[in-house]
Every structure is written in C-alpha cells, then in structure tokens.
Design a protein around this ligand. Structure first.
Ligand code: UDP
Ligand code: MG
Length: 327
C-alpha cells in the first residue's frame, strides 16, 4: 500500500484544471491506492484559484496553496512538496502534458524499489529548431556540469519519501530542480512516453525564459565557467609570451620591424572581449551569492486550506497520536 501525494503547480490553468483533475482521479482510483492531490496556485491571474477552491470543497483528497504573486514553477513545486504527507510524491504539470495514465506504471516501478521514477518525454510534435537547440544545450551541459541532466527528463517524476525529504533538505533559494533531482541520487529508473501537446491555454516558457532557465542550469550546479575563464586567461598569457619572444627574436636578427597596428588592435579587442565576458561570469556568481545571502523565503502564501491529511486508513492513527493531549 502506497500513500501517494500528487503535486501540481498551476499558473493560469483555469481552462484545463477541471479536466486534469477528472483524468487524474480516473487514473488513480483503479490502482486502489490512497492518495492526496496538492495543488499550488502560482499567483494566477485567471480563475484558477476559484477552480481549486471548488475542487477542494468537492473532494476531501484535494488540498491547495495559493501564492500572493507569481513566484515561478520551481517555488510552486517546492511548496507542493512541502505539503505532501505520502510515502511517495509525484510531480505533474496541470496542462495534461504529463498523462495521468502513466501513473500506475510509475507506482509499479516504485513498488519494485526505485526511489525516483522518471517519465521521460520524446520530442514528437516539437519545432525542429527548438529540438536542435535543446539537444545542443544538453550536450553542452553534460560536458560542463557536475550532475547529470538528461534530455527530455523533466519534472514528471515520482519520488519516494526519503527522496522528497532530501530534496526539501536543500536550502538554496536559486532552485534548479533538474539538477537537484540528479544531485540527491538514489536508485532511479526512467521510461519514455510520447510527447503530448498542451490541452488548452498556452505555454509560459517563451524563448527568452528558456534561455535564462538554461543559463540558470549551467551556473547553479558548478563553478566550471569560472575555471574556463582561468584556462582561457592562461592560454592567452602563454600565446602572448610566445609572440613577444618572436618579436624580440625578429628585432635581434633583422633589426627593427615596422610595427603592425592591425595586430595590436586585434589583440586589444580580443582581450577586452574576453575580459568583459569573464567579468560577466564573475558578476553572475556574485549576484547569486548576494541572492542567496538575503535568505528570503521561496514564496509568500496568501491562502491555503490546512485540512488534516486524508489518507483514510492512516488518518485515525495520526489523529490519536497528535490531537489528544496526554494530560
Ligand atoms: N507553471 C507554474 N508557474 C509558472 C509557470 C508555469 O506553476 O510561472 C506551471 C504550469 O501551470 C504548468 C507547468 O508549470 O502546470 C508547466 O508549465 P508550461 O506548460 O507552461 O510549460 P511547458 O510545458 O511549455 O514546458
Ligand atoms: Mg506544458
């Protein structure tokens, strides 16, 4: 018997959330497991919160938290994981791009002892350019990063209790969950499913957002870019030494040569470019240190229904243990 918690971050998903909930319950009920659904409204501007209130009123297995503004999917997932009480938690998108019909299979793999079960999407139906860019990015990341991040392995995954606890024990405020999931380790298994188009509404991840997310990913899990800057600096220094030796040699052997201002200009432009880029990299890390050192909470909650957890077979035990004072 697995008590399952499903975590669903929602940002402007009023159009699909009802259908999603129906599909989710339809997929989970036949498994015979007890479950709870933790919805997190990430400061939506539409009727998402109303929908969540309605779902929670109709179904005791539903709980929700609503943020005071949009804090981003990472924060929403964190809030959702903090709400979970189950022996396992599943992270899912609300737009039906993560098919609930895969849940029984994930539960099955979990029962076989895996702490992380990853449903990995393929790239059917995606633009050729986006696919190519993502592929290149992941190839680059694999080379640079200390943790392994797999193409297509997104946030649709099941985590065991101890994996959830490990994720929650990481305090950083700049959260890059793909890296975090890989960092915590544990036995992981993955399977591939066919990519589905979003059911309604629109994606919140435009090109620039994705680019920033990519940079976040690269920087939040290693300091290799800094190392790269040092290597480049050293290489340049060495080549400058060789060039200087060559010039001196020329002067000694042939007398004074006409100075080439083109060489000079190229060197100056190249060097200042590299210096600027290096400064940028350092600045990015300093910014991150600044950000972390403020120790701000990850999100601000404006509304939540703190109903006691509804895992029917276990609820009386918990109530006996907590609610009755011993005096
Ligand atoms: N989401 C969120 N906060 C945000 C952006 C997205 O909670 O600021 C949620 C969104 O409601 C959805 C999931 O994250 O459940 C994935 O978002 P989306 O479908 O827009 O991303 P895509 O599938 O295009 O990568
Ligand atoms: Mg989506």
């Amino acid at each position: 018997m697995v008590h399952l918690s499903v975590v669903v971050p929602c940002y402007n998903e009023a159009e699909v959330i009802g259908d999603f909930h129906t599909a989710l319950v339809a997929a989970l009920e036949p498994t015979g497991e007890t479950f709870e659904i933790c919805y997190v409204d990430d400061g939506s501007g539409d009727r998402t919160l109303n929908e969540l209130r309605r779902l929670a009123a109709d179904d005791t297995r539903v709980r929700y938290t609503s943020f005071s503004r949009n804090f981003g999917k990472e924060s929403a997932m964190l809030a959702g994981l903090r709400m979970t009480a189950g022996d396992a938690a599943v992270l899912m998108d609300a737009d039906l791009q993560h098919p609930p019909t895969l849940l029984p299979r994930m539960l099955d793999l979990h029962r076989h002892g895996y702490d992380q079960v990853v449903a990995q999407r393929d790239r059917t139906g995606e633009g050729a350019l986006r696919t190519a860019l993502s592929r290149t990015y992941y190839r680059l990341v694999r080379r640079c990063m200390d943790v392994e991040v797999i193409d297509g392995a997104g946030d649709f995954r099941l985590l065991s209790r101890r994996a959830v606890d490990s994720v929650l024990s990481l305090p950083e405020s700049n959260r890059f969950s793909k890296g975090i999931f890989s960092w915590i380790g544990f036995d992981t298994v993955s399977f591939t499913y066919q990519n589905v188009e979003r059911a309604a509404g629109e994606s919140k991840w435009g090109g620039r957002h994705l680019l920033n997310y990519g940079i976040d990913g690269l920087l939040s899990f290693n300091s290799k870019p800094l190392r790269l800057a040092i290597h480049t600096g050293l290489c340049l220094f060495l080549s400058a030494l060789v060039y200087a030796a060559y010039i001196i040699g020329n002067v000694v052997l042939d007398g004074v040569d006409t100075p080439g201002y083109a060489t000079l200009l190229t060197a100056i432009v190249a060097l200042s470019g590299i210096q600027l880029a290096t400064l940028g990299i350092i600045g990015e890390y300093v910014g991150r240190i600044y950000h972390e050192s403020k120790r701000r909470p990850h999100y601000v909650v404006s509304e939540t229904d703190n109903r006691p957890r509804d895992f029917s077979p276990r609820a009386p035990l918990e109530a006996a243990g907590q609610a009755r004072p011993t005096s």
